[in-house]
Design a protein around this ligand. Structure first.
Ligand code: PXP
Length: 243
């Protein structure tokens, strides 16, 4: 049995809530259920436009979750200051672009070395562990190892897109992730992975035997909507038939 851990990203519970400006479904309740089901931790992405998770969610999660809280944020000082107030256990620095539907690539540590170095220090001074979301590229790993980061998270987004057709490019990308993960491990980095992973494409990533924690959101929340639907309809019919 693999000893890979699973963090659940609950952002899209908040997406459904925010679609109607209601108070349900509540990501806090989702986090509780995910923990009860065995999740290693809870991941949330506080986006600059607050399109799903918001400060209220994170403040309550901070008080209620019993595993650990991983906050993904854009790598800039405003968001880092917000993180220092919210006090997650881990902060994963990601690049962010307001127009994107979801995170599109990893941080470019070549271009952003100085800034990231400074942000890592601020987070460490606030007792928050740091992870850097980067693409599976050897040069990025080399630079990550020079920074005082606690983890890296390899971006599996491109792998996930290619997993729809399992062609040569898919196997090249899987090999990029394998090489990046083993190189990072050889340099003493702890390696996580995430983005776009689902029930069909996750197995080869686990079988690399190098990944400590998987961060998965959209596919698991989607699955819960589909598999919870029968129960939800039956509950409503029970009310109707009682009257
Ligand atoms: N890891 C990072 C850095 C992310 O930005 C996201 C999406 O917020 C995830 C993992 C989870 O991706 P998905 O929702 O596609 O599973």
């Amino acid at each position: 049995m693999a000893n890979t851990l699973l963090n659940i990203n609950i952002d899209h519970v908040a997406t459904i809530r925010n679609a109607r400006n209601t108070i349900f479904p509540d990501p806090v309740q989702a986090a509780f259920i995910a923990e009860q089901a065995g999740a290693n931790g809870i991941t949330v992405h506080l986006r600059e436009d607050r399109r799903h998770i918001n400060e209220r969610d994170i403040k309550i999660l901070r008080q209620t979750i019993q595993t650990n809280l991983n906050l993904e944020i854009s790598a800039n000082e405003i968001m880092i200051n917000t993180a220092c107030l919210l006090k997650p256990d881990y902060c994963c620095l990601v690049p962010e672009n307001r127009m994107e539907i979801t995170t599109e690539h990893g941080i470019d540590l070549v271009k952003e070395y100085k800034k990231i170095d400074k942000l890592i220090n601020i987070l460490h001074n606030n007792n928050i562990k740091v992870s850097l979301f980067i693409d599976p590229i050897i040069e990025q790993i080399e630079i990550a190892a020079k920074l005082n980061t606690d983890y890296i998270e390899l971006n599996t987004g491109n792998y996930a897109v290619l997993s729809k057709c399992y062609n040569d490019k898919f196997y090249v990308e899987l090999d990029n992730i394998r090489q990046a993960a083993s190189f990072a491990t050889s340099l003493g980095l702890l390696v996580n992975a995430g983005h776009g992973l689902n029930y069909y494409n996750v197995a080869p990533i686990i079988q690399l035997n190098q990944i400590k924690i998987l961060h998965i959101g959209h596919s698991i929340i989607s699955q819960s909507v589909i598999y919870g639907l029968k129960y939800a309809v039956e509950q409503m019919l029970k009310i109707i038939r009682m009257l």
